[in-house]
Design a protein around this ligand. Structure first.
Ligand code: ACM
Ligand code: ZN
Length: 515
């Protein structure tokens, strides 16, 4: 009864019985400190589910007493890859096997889901204040690993701001679903959400707007609306996510979607202004000037700080939806176009993104990601292309580039789930994204040549927040569709069965989403 569904899950005769005292034995030499972390989390879940007294000790697998829970890197099936694991439940012992930390963590998540689910099936015991305590788990052998290495969730914290406590809660939830990338959209026209010490006005000015905005019930309109994450908060979130096997990919948008940065530093724009942090949505005038060196100095300095805060291997540079025509009206931009023989604004954007990616790849030594909008102008070597419009990922793969396939019609969780909701309160350019459709997602684009499939790293579900100002709104958009997405990026397509999934949603949703 797990989500995502394991690759192989065989139920077997017999049950494991939790004694009143349970030992969690660590025989995981690969990284004992990490095994302690997984064991402590698991112990807590076992305590709550069973009422047993749980102790953690280090030893060899053979030293386990009957009734123990063993975490080990011995005897792991060798085809489980970096993130795979085994979970076996016999009458004597529960064994979590993994060669690497990610697998060990996922084994723990799977066992936690089994505990929660089985506890939910128990009848409350009169003896324990009416709480239902779990005594037994059915025997099983699970061998599991993901289909895709990139299983992402993107949250837009710019259009509406989420407090850091909510970010932590989301990280718990997505890691329980074995998602492993949190793409954080931190900057946009409506707010700059990341403290940058070298440019304090990005947050003192750029994090605030006069109005909550749009159709979000104008929840911010009694004063300024906004907020930002301090560097200390970012470090906490990054560390918390890392323990849970999540790499955070910060996105610093460029060249468009930058009214908030330009409100703080108007000299980085072309002409016009003074810009304001806006509460309107859409493709707006906030475009960095491509014709001045100070734009690139700014971006390089910001990205240097960002890279210090986010130690993961990727930096997302945005690159989508630059409003057209602004660069054509700017003398400085025209000058750069002429100097480099660039035919049009698209070529200038490619030159812009190339220049910033060059800094990321050679000076900061990270891999850049950009939205697929530039792919027709030709991809940037070693950049990951983040496809969001149809064909962008196909084109990227055919140019030999790695790509994340997040084609909007399958994974945009800001789209309403039903026709009724679309008709009632969503803009008419949106389409519905029903649960069953998310469940059918295949990140491999139709028609892509099999020898190019390895360029499809996976997919991300995206939650843009123009229309999700509150936690309740976010939850409404996320659940249960994120459960379907998690299974779509983890489980082989031929194993998927929507009816079976719906049965599992019924038992897992309360545990996974409301905790
Ligand atoms: C996007 O939805 N503009 C990436
Ligand atoms: Zn310009």
């Amino acid at each position: 009864m797990m989500i995502p569904k394991p690759l192989n899950h065989q139920t077997q005769d017999g049950v494991f019985t939790f004694a009143s005292k349970v030992t969690v034995l660590l025989a995981y030499r690969a990284d004992p400190g990490y095994a302690h972390f997984v064991a402590e989390e698991l112990s807590q879940h076992i305590r709550v589910a069973t009422g047993s007294f749980v102790t953690v000790k280090v030893g060899e697998p053979g030293e386990a007493d009957g009734g123990a829970v063993v975490l080990t890197d011995h005897d792991v099936h060798d085809d489980l890859g970096d993130e795979g694991y085994g979970l076996t439940i016999t009458p004597d012992q529960i064994t979590l096997r993994a060669a690497h930390n990610a697998g060990l963590f996922y084994a723990g998540q799977s066992l936690t889901q089994l505990l929660n689910h089985q506890q939910g099936t128990q009848t409350p015991a009169a003896s324990d204040n009416g709480r239902a305590l779990l005594r037994e788990l059915p025997c099983a052998d699970i061998q599991d690993k993901p289909r895709f290495a990139w299983r992402g969730f993107m949250l837009d914290s710019a259009r509406h701001f989420q407090p850091v406590e909510l970010i932590i809660k989301l990280i718990d939830q997505i890691s329980a679903l074995k998602l492993n990338r949190f793409h954080w959209h931190l900057t946009d026209d409506q707010g700059w959400r990341l403290e940058v010490l070298g440019y304090p006005k990005l947050t003192s000015v750029g994090a605030w707007r006069s109005n909550g905005g749009g159709d979000g019930g104008n929840r911010g309109n009694r004063g300024r609306y906004g907020g930002y994450y301090t560097q200390e908060q970012i470090r906490e979130v990054v560390a918390y996510a890392k323990q849970r096997q999540i790499t955070i990919i910060p996105e610093i948008e460029m060249p468009g979607h930058n009214l908030a940065a330009l409100a703080a530093y108007p000299e980085l724009g072309c002409n016009g202004g003074p810009p304001e942090v806006t509460h309107q949505w859409g493709v707006l005038d906030g475009v960095f000037c491509a014709g001045q060196d100070q734009t690139f100095t700014f971006l390089q300095n910001v990205l240097n700080e960002v890279a210090e805060l986010f130690p993961g291997p990727y930096l997302h540079l945005g690159g989508d939806e630059r409003k057209q025509g602004l660069w054509d009206k700017c003398n400085a931009c025209q000058g750069v176009r002429d100097k480099h023989g660039l035919a049009d604004e698209s070529a200038l954007q490619k030159w812009f993104m190339d220049r910033v990616a060059g800094h990321v790849h050679t000076s900061i030594n990270r891999r850049s990601i950009a939205w697929g909008d530039n792919i027709d102008a030709g991809g940037i070597p070693s950049q990951v292309v983040h496809g969001w419009l149809p064909e962008q990922s196909t084109k990227a793969a055919r140019q030999g580039l790695d790509t994340i396939n997040s084609t909007h019609e399958w994974v945009y969780l800001d789209y309403p789930e039903t026709e009724k909701e679309l008709a009632e309160n969503k803009p008419d350019w949106m389409m519905t994204l029903p649960l069953a459709k998310v469940y059918q997602l295949d990140p491999i684009p139709q028609g892509l040549e099999p020898e190019l499939h390895h360029h499809i790293l996976g997919s991300e579900a995206h939650l843009w927040t123009e229309h999700a100002p509150t936690e309740a709104d976010l939850n409404h958009q996320l659940w249960p569709r994120l459960l379907a997405f998690a299974e779509a990026v983890w489980s082989p397509i031929e194993h998927r069965d929507f009816d079976d999934f719906m049965n599992r949603v019924a038992v897992q949703q309360p545990c996974l989403c409301l905790g």
